[in-house]
Design a protein around this ligand. Structure first.
Ligand SMILES: Cc1ncc(COP(=O)(O)O)c(C=O)c1O
Length: 365
């Protein structure tokens, strides 16, 4: 039985204490992350299906007591040096975050105050909304055009920030680099390109990243994460790339020790093992192909994926299938929202996961 006791919520101070909260916080809804359940097949939050590099595990084993006793390097210097080298930028053009979510938090803190505007294509990664609510900022959603083409007037709504996830979540689709570069030129504000899944596109030989063009666009911020292709979602590590003046300002608003010592060590080891990283991406792409092949028998469709997941159009039974799979210990992602209600987002798992998923889908047909 659970030993967690629910709060009774009726302490006499509660009502009066709540009245001091910022109105934006009271009014907002919390971000709902994908469910984290251990004893099931997790195809719902786009983690990597295989574990991290043996070099990462070795680095974890080598973390001694001092890595816990002492505060970590507040500037994550070694990690940033290695990242700069790996991604061909200067040290002061990169900063590290506690996941790319933390990098997004820094961006929102630094650029957005009450009444400011963010614009994103929609549907996309839900945290962009939550962070805007926290700042008391408004967010304008511009619907993706058919075939997941970028909406045309993203630069024209007068927002301080435009954020595009590329590849996009939940569609897994890729907007061409040239189009995003035009957007950066046209937008009188900051363009954030969230490249959480880009390694899977690059691994498939696509010209997908804005990073090589960073120096041509002083208003561009590029985000990367170690949660997907590096298999370090549990460690929480993200990188932000931008002009050094922006990085300098963003560093001022980060939490003081935002990346813990273990994560800094694991990140350095992960960056150092390029062969293993390539291998993880290649395995994911090959398993994605198997998954697509297996799903064809159901007559469903999905946009071409440039990531480690598929957004599958399954029709009116999507919610029912999600619940039935969950009852059988396979988690996929489903949103009860009109634009996504007929779709399931399925993360690429290992081959035994694909097999179990397909077996259950056959049973539920
Ligand atoms: C588009 C996008 N950006 C950022 C993130 C969060 O990444 P991190 O784990 O680095 O915070 C996710 C996670 O699913 C995502 O889909």
């Amino acid at each position: 039985m659970s030993s967690i006791k629910p709060s009774t919520g009726n302490h006499p101070l509660n009502a009066s204490a709540s009245r001091h909260l910022r109105a934006e916080v009271v009014a907002m809804s919390a971000y709902t992350p994908g469910e984290q359940v251990l004893d099931c097949i997790k195809l719902n939050t786009n983690e990597c299906a295989w574990g991290p590099s043996p070099a990462v595990l070795e680095a974890l084993r080598s973390c001694g007591a001092d890595a816990l006793r002492l505060y970590p390097d507040p500037l994550s210097r070694r990690l940033r040096e290695l990242s700069a080298e790996r991604y061909q930028v200067a040290y002061d053009e990169v900063l590290a975050g506690n996941g790319s979510d933390d990098c997004l938090t820094m961006i929102y803190r630094a650029f957005l105050g009450a009444g400011d505007l963010v614009a994103t294509p929609s549907p996309t990664y839900g945290l962009y909304d939550t962070l805007a609510s926290i700042q008391g900022s408004a967010i304008e959603h511009l619907d993706y055009l058919p075939d997941w083409q970028l909406p045309r007037n993203l630069a024209r709504v007068g927002s301080k920030l435009v954020i595009v996830a590329n590849p996009n979540n939940p569609s897994a689709t890729l907007t061409p680099v040239s189009e995003l570069r035009r957007l950066a030129d046209a937008h009188d504000g900051i363009l954030v390109v969230d490249e959480a899944y880009v390694d899977f596109a690059l691994g498939a030989g696509l010209d997908a990243s804005l990073l090589p063009h960073l120096h041509q666009h002083p208003n561009l911020i590029v985000l990367r994460t170690f949660s997907k292709s590096y298999s370090l979602a549990g460690a929480r590590l993200g990188l932000l790339f931008a002009h050094r003046d922006l990085v300098g300002q963003l560093l001022k608003v980060k939490d003081s020790y935002n990346v813990n010592a273990l994560t800094q060590a694991l990140g350095c080891a992960a960056i150092g093992d390029r062969d293993y990283h390539r291998e993880l991406v290649a395995r994911t792409l090959s398993e994605r192909q198997r998954l697509e092949q297996s799903l064809k028998r159901f007559g469903w469709s999905w946009p071409a994926s440039a990531a480690n997941f598929l957004l599958v159009e399954v029709g009116a039974r999507a919610g029912e299938l999600y619940r039935a799979l969950k009852a059988r210990k396979v988690l996929v992602r489903w949103w009860d929202r009109p634009e996504l209600a007929t779709k399931l987002r399925i993360t690429v798992g290992r081959s035994e996961h694909t097999e179990q998923l397909v077996r259950l889908l056959e049973e539920l047909r």
